[in-house]
Design a protein around this ligand. Structure first.
Ligand code: 5GP
Length: 209
């Protein structure tokens, strides 16, 4: 018996360079779950190998700003000169269908979701130490020194915000981090406050029958 009707919104966040994308992909490769990924919208140009509609919806600035204007985004942020945001309609539709929807977003956006959807689960992905994060950013190789510096400065401001999240998962090893996130999602699902309503309904039905 499934005791939850509305799906669960899972927000994976943390400083740039912590490996959120890699952990999210590893999470989706694990067996035994039915998670759906919310594809973000961005004005950043695609990197080599990125596909529109799979990695992101790549749009121009005017299109993105119209989405902001029309309240069509659950959250959005500017990150190193580009817009990033979560299309609201798809997330809502999937939650209504009872799906577990995963967002992988930067910290400012996560804090906006915290305001709007307080029943979501917030997971802060942390590096094992700061040096590991800086090494990762430098290794990435797809960005200019100036962009890397901006990402490092932003990470420095975001480290102290972890206390606003429900869980902290250290990305010491990608599959371990993904395993821990799946365990968190399972436990959240069973939380009394999420399932008591449906549970009580079940008791009522049995009483009549
Ligand atoms: P990248 O350019 O490396 O793909 O992403 C830059 C940052 O933007 C990453 O920290 C990524 O998690 C974040 N990001 C991706 N999609 C969204 C989104 O929809 N909203 C917000 N706020 N951040 C996002």
């Amino acid at each position: 018996m499934k005791l939850n009707e509305r799906g669960l919104l899972v927000v994976l966040s943390g400083p740039s360079g912590v490996g959120k994308g890699t952990v999210r992909k590893a999470l989706f490769e694990l067996e035994g779950h039915d998670l759906v990924y919310s594809i973000s919208m961005t004005t950043r140009p695609p990197r080599d190998g990125e596909v529109d509609g799979i990695d992101y919806y790549f749009v121009d600035k005017a299109t993105f700003e119209a989405k902001i204007e029309n309240d069509e985004l659950l959250e959005w942020a500017q990150f190193v000169g580009h817009y990033y945001g979560t299309p609201l309609d798809k997330v809502e539709a999937q939650l209504k269908q009872g799906k577990e929807v995963v967002l992988e977003i930067e910290v400012q956006g996560a804090l906006q979701v915290r305001e709007k959807m307080s029943d979501a689960v917030f997971v802060f992905i942390s590096p094992p130490n700061k040096e590991a994060l800086y090494r990762r950013l430098l290794r990435r190789g797809t960005e200019s020194t100036e962009t890397i510096k901006k990402r490092m400065d932003k990470a420095e401001r975001e480290f102290p915000l972890a206390h606003k999240y429900d869980y902290i998962v250290v990305n010491d090893e990608v599959t371990n981090a993904a395993d821990r996130i799946l365990a968190i999602i399972r436990a959240e699902h069973a939380k009394t406050e999420r399932s008591i309503h449906k549970y009580n309904e079940m008791l009522e039905v049995n009483k009549d029958g």
